[in-house]
Design a protein around this ligand. Structure first.
Ligand code: FAD
Ligand code: UDP
Length: 367
């Protein structure tokens, strides 16, 4: 065998595993079928601006080891995600906090005032919430649900909020303080110079082959390494033998504008049905990139079709069951490790993916 590990996929899972295996003296080959490294965190420099090609990525974590690890490759800035929500002619702060409440109701100044409104409105839900609509109303009341949640969520999932599970909305913070920080985590930032630079550094000294699909070259790759670390889609590995797992996708419409500052914030959510997109990203604000132009991306949720990217897992009963059947098959596959969002059919934040790769390499190398 020429290599100890063949890593299929140069995203964050693959890059973390490859980096740590290489540091521990293992011979590693990384392949990716795309023409670039970094998987979905790939950033491309356009007009001096680092453009997040597969959607806005903000690094946030509570894991000190993960934070120290990524900071050992590149410096991170002190970016704090504070998206705003637009509905009709109105603008609100997110996540739901005292800035949102005081603008929503003109007699709200204190947390007590906000609670008076929320508690009054949530009375209509007098049982444990069974769907997203009931969950949202019992968290923030009907006014906020209708202005800031209903439209966004229905566009995102193409389903009525009454037909969606409650858990989707539970992860949105509701705060009774004037604080627009979207995340609760202790550490947050964007790698200065973009995520591609971060992954480039992680893969330094490691052989990488791009435009290389594992399955199209299976004869060559079958016997090239002692073990395969596979980060591609779980069902594809088994040639969809049990059926296809469903995904939600996104369409991105990116424009270069001859303006210095188009919307005054990196992330603006459009929470109503009057437009089809859910968010507009103005990339220069992530890193305060200086340019007399700006790059904006309109994000349109879409059903996944062949040829599109797979973005969000659909965790309904049908897909959960199918994924679990594939996981059973995967656990019987000798000398193959399945890791990352596609191979585990799991929504993973970046820090969780890195943390999972730490656990995998520790188990592998018994450290
Ligand atoms: P990927 O990055 O998808 O890497 C897998 C790689 O494997 C790909 O490059 C693919 O080309 C390659 N591959 C697949 N099959 C094959 C094959 N057969 N042969 C060769 N190569 C193959 N997380 C956050 O923490 N903060 C955020 O703000 C955030 N924003 C997000 C926004 C959106 C729109 C989405 C969808 C996700 C967001 N995430 C965010 C999550 C983040 O994108 C993931 O945690 C991360 O990209 C997962 O890395 P991965 O290595 O598992 O997968
Ligand atoms: N959400 C919403 N309004 C917003 C932003 C989010 O109703 O302005 C809801 C929506 O249901 C979404 C969920 O909160 O699916 C999770 O939001 P998050 O920002 O975590 O979404 P992601 O990063 O997964 O796109």
């Amino acid at each position: 065998m020429k290599y100890d590990y063949l890593v299929v996929g140069a995203g964050l899972f693959g890059a973390t595993f490859a980096n740590l295996a290489h540091k521990n003296g293992k011979k590693v080959l990384v392949i990716d079928r795309r023409n670039h490294i970094a998987g979905n965190v790939y950033t491309e420099n356009i007009e001096g601006i680092n453009v997040h090609k597969y959607g806005a990525h903000i690094f946030h974590t509570d894991y000190k080891d993960v934070w120290d690890y990524v900071n050992s490759f590149v410096e991170f800035n002190r970016y704090t995600n504070s998206p705003i929500a637009r509905i009709g002619n109105e603008v609100y702060n997110l996540p739901f906090n005292m800035n949102t409440f005081s603008k929503m109701w003109n007699d709200v100044f204190t947390p007590e005032d906000a609670l008076r409104h929320i508690n009054e409105e949530k009375k209509e839900i007098d049982k444990d919430p069974t769907n997203l609509e009931e969950q949202a109303i019992s968290l923030v009341g009907r006014t906020i649900y209708e202005k800031l949640i209903k439209g966004y969520t229905e566009k995102q999932w193409n389903r009525d909020c009454k037909d969606l599970p409650a858990f989707i909305i539970k992860r949105l913070p509701v705060r009774l303080i004037y604080d627009n920080n979207y995340f609760n985590d202790r550490y947050q930032g964007i790698p200065i110079g973009g995520y591609t630079k971060l992954v480039e550094k992680m893969l330094e000294g490691i052989e990488v082959r791009l435009n290389t699909d594992y399955f199209s070259n299976i004869d060559e790759f079958k016997n090239i390494a002692n073990k395969v670390v596979y980060t591609g889609p779980l069902d594809e590995y088994f040639n969809y033998s049990l059926g296809e797992l469903d995904w939600r996708s996104l369409k991105f419409d990116t424009k270069i504008l001859n303006e210095e500052n188009h919307q005054g914030n990196a992330v603006v959510n459009y929470t109503g049905h009057e437009v089809e997109y859910t968010r507009v990203i103005e990339h220069k604000h992530f890193e305060n990139n200086q340019s007399d132009k700006t790059v904006v991306t309109y994000e349109y949720p879409a059903d996944y079709e062949k040829g599109m990217e797979k973005y969000y897992t659909i965790n309904d009963d049908k897909n959960n069951k199918l994924a679990s059947e594939y996981r059973d098959l995967a656990s019987k596959e000798e000398n193959v490790i399945f890791g990352g969002r596609l191979a585990e059919y799991k929504y993973y934040d970046m820090d969780d993916v890195i943390k999972a790769a730490f656990a995998t390499i520790n188990k592998e190398l018994k450290i």
